[in-house]
Design a protein around this ligand. Structure first.
Ligand code: URA
Length: 425
C-alpha cells in the first residue's frame, strides 16, 4: 500500500477499507507514514468525512496503538467522564469526588489545556505537590483505597492520538467530527472504565459551535462506546459563556472548593449535581439530584476531594491558599442592565494571555493568574459595579481593560441560559 493512494482515495470521497485504516495508523505510529501525509489525510477527512464503519475502524486501531488499562481489580462499575473542552471547566474536580462519595469508583485520566481551553491536569498541578504521573499499579491501588484518582494519561496509552492530536493542532484539523470522536473514544476505551459520561460542549467557546453539530458528535461517540460494550451517555452542555465564575488554574481550584463546600454559584452547583446523577445512574446507583446534593451539603464530596489530593501527594494547606498575584484589577459595568453575553472564547484567550493557558504546547503556565466573574449571563448589574476581577502578574494596560469591557455584553432585557441542553444515550 502507498499512503499517497489512500489520501487520494479519501480526497475523492471514497471509503477507506478496514485494512487500509489499520495500515495507516500502524504506519503512522511506526514512523513509516510521515506527518505530512497524515496531515493531508486529516484535511481530506475534513472535506469528505468518514462513514460509521471507517470511524469505528479508526477508533479501534487507535486503541490498539498503545497499552490498554485493566481496571478489573477494582470492584464495582467503574465510571469515567470526558469533556470535549471548554473555558473555566472545573467540572471534573467536583464531579469525580462527588460520584466517588457514593462508593462508585472513579478512575480518570485527564489532559492538559491548549489555546483558549483549560485542562484538569494543569489545575491539579497548581496544588503544591500534586502528582499527576502515577504508575498503573498505584493508580489502581489509589482507586481501590480512596475510590477516586485523577491522573495524567500515560505516554503508552493511545500512542496514535498523541501524535495525531499534536499534528491536528498545527494543521487546522482539530474540529472534525470523525477525528474528535475517534480521539476521545479511543482514550476512553483504552482507559478501561465500564461506563462513560461524555460532556459535549456547545457554543462559541467549544469545538462544536452549533447544537446540530454537537448532536452528531455526541451520537457518534455514544455509538462507538456502546459498540464495545461500554455504557455511554453524552450530555450537550452550554459553552457560550465560561463555566462557573473563574478561569485560571488556582482560581478554578478555589472555586471547586467553594462548590464542594456548598458555597458555589447555584446554577453551576445544580449542573454538576445533575451530571453526577447521570454518572451514578451509569453505575446503577439511582439517586435524585437532591440526594446527590446532600453529599455536597454534608461535606462527603469535599472529604473525598481532600483524600484524593492527599493520596496524590498534594499539600492540603496549600490547597486553600488564595491566588498569589501582584495585580488585581476590577472591571466595572459600563451601564445598568443585564449581562446577556460573556463570550467564552474571548475570555479564554484573555486568560491565556495572562499566562493561565498555553498558546503552544511548550508554553510555561502561570498557575495564579486568571479571571473571577462576579456576574454571569442573566444577572442584573448597575453602572460601575464590579463584573469581574482580573488576577495578573503584569500591568493591565488600558487597551486590555477596554478589550475586556467590550466583550461584556449588557442589555436592557435579561436572557435565560441553561447548562444542560440535551442528553443523548
Ligand atoms: N478532545 C480530545 O481528546 N480530542 C479531540 O480531538 C478534541 C477534544
Amino acid at each position: 500500500m502507498r499512503a499517497v493512494d489512500l489520501i487520494q482515495k479519501k480526497r475523492d470521497g471514497l471509503e477507506l477499507s478496514s485494512e487500509e485504516i489499520k495500515w495507516l495508523i500502524e504506519g503512522y505510529v511506526a514512523g513509516t507514514v510521515p506527518d505530512y501525509q497524515m496531515s493531508a489525510l486529516a484535511m481530506a477527512i475534513y472535506f469528505k468525512g468518514m462513514s460509521t464503519r471507517e470511524i469505528s475502524d479508526l477508533t479501534m486501531n487507535m486503541v490498539a496503538s498503545g497499552d490498554q488499562i485493566d481496571l478489573s481489580a477494582i470492584p464495582g462499575i467503574k465510571v469515567d467522564k470526558h469533556s470535549t473542552g471548554g473555558v473555566g471547566d472545573k467540572v471534573t474536580l467536583i464531579l469525580a469526588p462527588l460520584v466517588a462519595s457514593f462508593e462508585v469508583p472513579v478512575a480518570k485520566m485527564s489532559g492538559r489545556g491548549l489555546g483558549h481551553t483549560g485542562g484538569t491536569l494543569d489545575k491539579l498541578e497548581s496544588i503544591k505537590g500534586y502528582q499527576i504521573e502515577v504508575t498503573q499499579e498505584d493508580f489502581i491501588k489509589q482507586v481501590q483505597e480512596t475510590g477516586v484518582a485523577v491522573i495524567g494519561q500515560s505516554d503508552n496509552l493511545v500512542k496514535a492520538d498523541k501524535l495525531l492530536y499534536a499534528l491536528r493542532d498545527v494543521t487546522a484539523t482539530v474540529d472534525i467530527i470523525p477525528l474528535i470522536a475517534s480521539s476521545v473514544m479511543s482514550k476512553k476505551i483504552a482507559a478501561g472504565a465500564d461506563a462513560i459520561l461524555l460532556d459535549v460542549t456547545v457554543g462559541e467557546g467549544a469545538f462544536m459551535k452549533t447544537v446540530e453539530e454537537a448532536r452528531v458528535l455526541a451520537q457518534t461517540m455514544v455509538d462507538l462506546g456502546k459498540a464495545v460494550g461500554r455504557k455511554t451517555v453524552a450530555v450537550l452542555t452550554n459553552m457560550s459563556q465560561p463555566v462557573g465564575t473563574s478561569i485560571g488554574n488556582r482560581l478554578e481550584i478555589l472555586e471547586a472548593l467553594e462548590i464542594l463546600q456548598g458555597k458555589g454559584r447555584e446554577d453551576v452547583t445544580e449542573f454538576i449535581c445533575e451530571l453526577a446523577q447521570i454518572m451514578l445512574g451509569l453505575a446503577d446507583v439511582e439517586k435524585t439530584v437532591a440526594e446527590v446534593r446532600q453529599h455536597i451539603e454534608n461535606g462527603a464530596a469535599l472529604k473525598k476531594f481532600e483524600e484524593m489530593v492527599q493520596a496524590q501527594g498534594g499539600d492540603l494547606e496549600d490547597l486553600y491558599r488564595p491566588a498569589n498575584v501582584s495585580h488585581k484589577v476590577d472591571v466595572l459595568a459600563e451601564r445598568d442592565g443585564y449581562i446577556v453575553g460573556l463570550p467564552a472564547l474571548e475570555f479564554g484567550l484573555f486568560a491565556m494571555k495572562l499566562g493561565a493557558g498555553r498558546a503552544v504546547k511548550t508554553d510555561e503556565l502561570d498557575y495564579e493568574t486568571g479571571i473571577v466573574f462576579h456576574k454571569k449571563v442573566g444577572d442584573a448589574v448597575e453602572k460601575d459595579q464590579p463584573i469581574a476581577t482580573i488576577y495578573a502578574n503584569e500591568n493591565i494596560s488600558e487597551n486590555m481593560l477596554t478589550n475586556f469591557q467590550k466583550n461584556v455584553k449588557i442589555d436592557d432585557v435579561s436572557v435565560n441560559t441553561k447548562e444542560i441542553i440535551e442528553i443523548i444515550s
